[in-house]
Design a protein. Structure first.
Lengths: 473, 260
């Protein structure tokens, strides 16, 4: 095995050799992707909805400052405290300060990729706070000290057998001989353990799928109901959301909601869709005493007005990774980024503090299946190409030199055709009558796993010119 | 054909660099099909490569320079036809984008793009061809190259033409819209990932039990044929134009001779 040329290549090699991971990945196309196809087929206006969603997001992003201020005004009127966090560190500081003000010790948390992005869990734990992830997948990962490998199914890389062993190791308070053979038994055990945490938590932290400017509401969707318990039982609820989650009114939110679940899991709508507008009012039976929304920028506003702005249309459904051949081969962890898959490849290099340099965007076949399923028509291939252009502009002389030398040759047809003739004649000679090479020294990155077909021996241009001389038109 | 007929359209064959280098028989098959569709075929000697490696490698300036040369090379012809979905998509969809910001060049690229077609799409949609010279007795699977499929919506046309081949039985691959893992320079930049994707494709091919796999894209074919050969498969690989034109004298891709 030759040395890997990049961290991603090394990660990929490990992922490809991981049989447990490969078994889990084999389930993805038949699961989420197939479910999305069925949901799409059952909704005749699906394509029209995609175009409407694209227009909604483009309009909102073009007026993002106005809608964010409108959101702040309306959320404030509903007694939500709105905080602006320009950076990941600022967002963590704000949340930590709220937890301290509330004298919190135990914090429940529902799924939030933005919290992964800012490294919130580690920050709160370093401050001696107990943080419990309440999404089942996230809870498993917390026990295992692993990162999510998918944006909506964080533990997609694990199988049921792995989970049972982790539960036995971690839930020492429960009888060791208990039966954990069925998924139902696992869910029931997690539910029991988490229920105590829900009831005892001082602060609940959730993400938001959408923020509604006209009402000051946060919309949170889950299939487990864990966000509802996280946000309604503790005294304090904190919403952590990035700025591009805002939409003008509930009407636009509904268009996006109709696409979100269908694109993500193939459901018409998720089991729970919760609208949160401020803390508990006097007439309410339950709800938190205080409600905060932390609006995170972290590099996003720098994308506005650039040719990368379409990245911000994303509603985090995960459809792009479910159909991506690269994600399907190596899984999410190999990307080495918080956000994997095609959307990860175009979002990651925009986030400050990541040193991606466009490598993830380079790791694509450009098959375009991602953008064909994207509910908001994000031009993922074009965006990856733009990151490649940035990487090329700042690349090494050697990297640029190879492409430039080839392009220079191609710009001189006579020299090009001569070189082409020489190259194929040489390869043809080397093949000595075989149809393919099982080893080619300068192409060993190809021939390690595949034969390299031998050229026929002459270029088309040469044969064509000969034929034209023999039989003039 | 008899004289006095309406003038034949003059079609410039964009050979593509991979066909030029690796498998000229595809070029001759394309010429034969275009002639069968009543066209005069010309092959401008000033053409080289469409510029895709530079464009997808982030070298926009080189890609633009090559695009301008290609457009100039095909000046004055009625149509430009390529036996490749990805090269045709480069000429048709991406050349105008490359010229953005340069109004005159953009207008020229747009006018050029209007005349560009992928081979099977040109034969079916522009020339209305419904009979082909080729014959083939046996099961055949067709792989859709991603660029042709998703950028030019080519799927129906090659199947329609294959339907006109006497004796040919077309079978569809499982998850037929899945990429084969080639991706141009991706295949040597990330060979491990590329191979893992190719393996899923060859598994789908093997399960369909065809005698022959076809595609309209030589890049995919080099990858698929190379993988099948390494696996020791009996399934042969050819460009769809070879079967349609009856240009079957060359051995299949990666094969020394035709196995019966």
């Amino acid at each position: 095995m030759t040395r890997a040329a990049s961290p991603l290549e090394a990660n990929a090699a490990a992922a490809l050799a991981d049989r447990r991971l490969q078994r889990a990945l084999a389930e993805v196309p038949g699961g989420f992707a197939a479910a999305r196809e069925r949901a799409k087929a059952a909704l005749p206006e699906f394509e029209a909805l995609r175009r409407a969603a694209r227009d909604i997001k483009d309009h909102t992003l073009a007026n993002l400052d106005l809608y964010l201020e409108e959101f702040e005004d309306n959320a404030t009127a509903a007694r939500t405290k709105v905080h602006w966090a320009p950076t990941a560190a600022a967002a963590s500081d704000i949340i930590l300060a709220i937890c301290r003000e509330s004298a919190a010790r135990l914090i429940t948390k529902s799924k939030s990729m933005v919290s992964e992005e800012i490294g919130l869990g580690a920050r709160l734990q370093a401050a001696a706070l107990e943080v419990i992830e309440t999404d089942l997948g996230d809870y498993l990962l917390q026990i295992r000290a692993e990162a999510p490998s998918h944006i909506i199914a964080p533990a997609i890389h694990l199988g049921a057998a792995d989970i049972a062993a982790d539960f036995r190791r971690h839930h020492r308070q429960l009888p060791p001989e208990r039966d954990l053979a069925s998924p139902e038994a696992l869910v029931s055990e997690a539910r029991g353990v988490l229920r105590e945490k829900f009831l005892a938590a001082d602060v609940g932290i959730t993400g938001a799928n959408f923020l509604v400017a006209a009402t000051g509401s946060a919309i949170i969707v889950t299939n487990e109901g864990n966000a509802d318990l996280t946000l309604s039982l503790p005294k304090v609820h904190i919403v952590l959301a990035s700025i591009e989650k805002v939409v003008p009114t509930l009407e636009e939110a509904f268009v996006l909601l109709r696409l979100l679940a269908r694109s993500a899991t193939g459901q018409e709508i998720t089991a729970y869709t919760t609208f949160v507008t401020g803390p508990r009012r006097p007439q309410d039976h339950d709800g938190p005493e205080a409600c905060h929304v932390v609006l995170l920028d972290n590099g996003r506003s720098d994308l506005l007005g650039t040719n990368l702005r379409e990245v911000l249309r994303c509603i985090r459904c995960g459809a792009c990774m479910n159909v991506c051949p690269v994600y399907g081969a190596i899984g999410g962890h190999a990307y080495g980024s918080v956000y994997p898959g095609p959307i990860g490849a175009v979002l990651t290099p925009a986030l400050p503090g990541t040193h991606d340099g466009g490598e993830l965007a380079g790791a694509s076949t450009f098959c375009g299946r991602c953008e064909s399923v994207c509910p908001i028509e994000i031009p993922l291939v074009a965006l990856m190409r733009r990151w490649r252009e940035r990487a090329f502009a700042s690349g090494s002389w050697r990297q640029r030199g190879m492409l430039r030398a080839w392009a220079l040759l191609a710009a001189h047809p006579r020299a090009y055709h001569l070189m082409a003739r020489l190259a194929v004649a040489t390869l043809h000679l080397l093949a000595r009558g075989r149809g393919a090479f099982s080893r080619l020294p300068f192409a060993d990155r190809w021939t390690r796993t595949r034969d390299f077909p031998a050229p026929q021996g002459h270029t088309f241009q040469r044969l064509w010119a000969r034929q034209q001389r023999k039989q003039p038109p | 054909m008899a004289t006095g007929e309406t003038k034949k359209p003059r079609v410039g064959l964009f050979v593509t660099c991979l066909v030029d280098l690796m498998r000229p028989s595809i070029g001759f098959a394309a010429v034969r099909l275009l002639e069968a569709a009543g066209c005069d075929v010309l092959v401008p000697a000033a053409q080289t490569c469409c510029g895709q490696p530079a464009y997808n490698g982030g070298d926009r300036a080189s890609a633009k320079a090559l695009a301008l040369r290609t457009i100039a090379a095909f000046e004055g012809l009625d149509y430009v036809v390529a036996p490749s979905g990805s090269c045709a998509a480069m000429l048709k969809r991406h050349y105008p984008r490359l010229m953005a910001g340069d109004a005159a060049a953009e207008a020229r690229a747009r006018a050029f793009a209007e005349r560009v077609h992928e081979l099977t799409a040109f034969l079916v949609d522009v020339r209305g061809l419904n009979a082909v010279p080729g014959t083939f007795a046996g099961r055949v699977a067709y792989h859709d190259g991603c660029s042709g499929l998703r950028e030019l919506a080519i799927a129906r046309q090659p199947r329609a033409l294959l339907g006109a081949v006497q004796g040919l039985e077309l079978v569809e691959l499982a998850d037929r819209e899945a990429c084969c893992g080639f991706g141009g320079l991706f295949s040597i930049k990330y060979p491990g990932i590329s191979d893992a994707i190719a393996e899923r494709k060859t598994a789908a091919i093997t399960a369909a039990e065809p005698a022959l796999v076809l595609a309209g894209e030589i890049g995919c074919l080099l990858n698929i044929a190379g993988k099948l050969a390494r696996e020791g498969s009996d399934i042969a690989c050819r460009h769809v134009a070879e079967v349609l034109a009856g240009e079957m004298s060359a051995p299949p891709i990666a094969r020394t001779q035709v196995r019966k």
